[in-house]
Ligand binder design. Structure first.
Ligand SMILES: O=c1ccn([C@@H]2O[C@H](COP(=O)(O)O)[C@@H](O)[C@H]2O)c(=O)[nH]1
Length: 281
């Protein structure tokens, strides 16, 4: 199979089946929390992420490097190198660049080039606040995934996402889910972000979007409940699919000692198994 001609959605379908995992490991290399051996090392960020990825690759359905952790350290070259490494070593595992971009179309064209050509990501997270013309440039990259923020995991997400925006009193996040699923997704490239900290809302989004993949951050360090999340986001009769459930800090920083990779694997394995168990209920 030529994986490079596979779409993001096809990659996900195959990896859910082959790895039996809905776990997405988030790569958020916080300089204050890196094990001592990587601190101040020229390619320490790349090396730390590579070791965690190598220790968990057989347990995941995707990797999600968070752009800000690299950019704040002037480590964009290490991000490029990391994604190149992941794509070469684990071509079956999709890489999501979490950069939550959003801007007018002419600028979005360059954010899309950045995500898909410079970094070579399979999918990118985007903010829908500026409307469809800010999303459209990403959709021109056939097969690439475009993951739209819908109901985010943070408490402040309610400030805007719960505002009633239609005459019938529909909250903004459900309006985004409807727009994304019924108007914007003509090419099948769109997925949505919904937080594990809000399982009731996950269920409402799932009811609107059918089998659309959901990126679900918020288990682990943010305390989202695994059973409630999986139950809310599952696709009827397709257990173990449909979701990329992200955990970053709980896995990356399971130990700050020299056993960090082993500890990361242990937590990733427990999380993968808890997700599997929840899917089988
Ligand atoms: O609603 C959202 C959207 C994105 N994120 C990102 O996911 C990870 C979560 O990290 P944890 O350490 O597992 O809490 C992080 O990169 C966020 O930027 C999110 O948390 N919520």
């Amino acid at each position: 199979m030529n994986l490079s001609s596979n779409t993001f959605t096809q990659q996900l379908q195959s990896v859910w089946a082959s790895q039996g995992s809905m776990l997405c490991v988030g790569l958020d290399p916080d300089p204050k929390r890196l094990p001592a051996v990587f601190q101040g090392k020229p390619e320490g960020i790349f090396e730390f992420c590579r070791e965690v990825a190598d220790a968990t690759a057989d347990l995941v359905c995707s990797f999600k490097p968070q752009f800000a952790y690299f950019a704040s350290q002037r480590a964009e070259a290490q991000l490029e190198k990391l994604i190149r490494y992941l794509k070469n070593t684990y071509p079956h595992i999709p890489v999501i660049l979490d950069s939550k971009r959003g801007d007018i179309g002419s600028t979005a064209e360059h954010y899309a080039l950045e995500a898909f050509e410079r970094y070579g990501a399979d999918a990118v997270t985007v903010n829908p606040y500026m409307g469809f013309d800010s999303i459209e440039p990403y959709l021109k990259f056939a097969g690439k995934g475009v993951i739209v923020l819908c109901r985010t995991s943070n408490p402040g997400g309610s400030d805007l996402q719960f505002l009633k925006v239609t005459p019938s009193g529909e909250p903004l996040y459900l309006h985004v889910a409807k727009l994304a699923a019924k108007e914007w997704n003509t090419s099948g490239q769109i997925s949505l972000v919904v937080g594990a900290t809000f399982p009731e809302e996950i269920a409402q989004v799932r009811a609107i979007v059918g089998e659309m993949p959901l990126l679900i951050p918020g288990i682990g360090a943010q305390g989202g409940d695994i059973d409630a999340t999986v139950s809310a986001g599952s696709i009827p009769k397709k257990a173990g699919t449909g979701m990329m459930i992200n955990s970053s800090r709980a896995i990356l920083y399971a130990s700050s000692g020299s056993d960090f990779a082993e500890a990361a694997r242990k937590v990733a394995l427990q999380t993968r198994d808890a997700l599997r168990l929840a899917a089988d209920k």
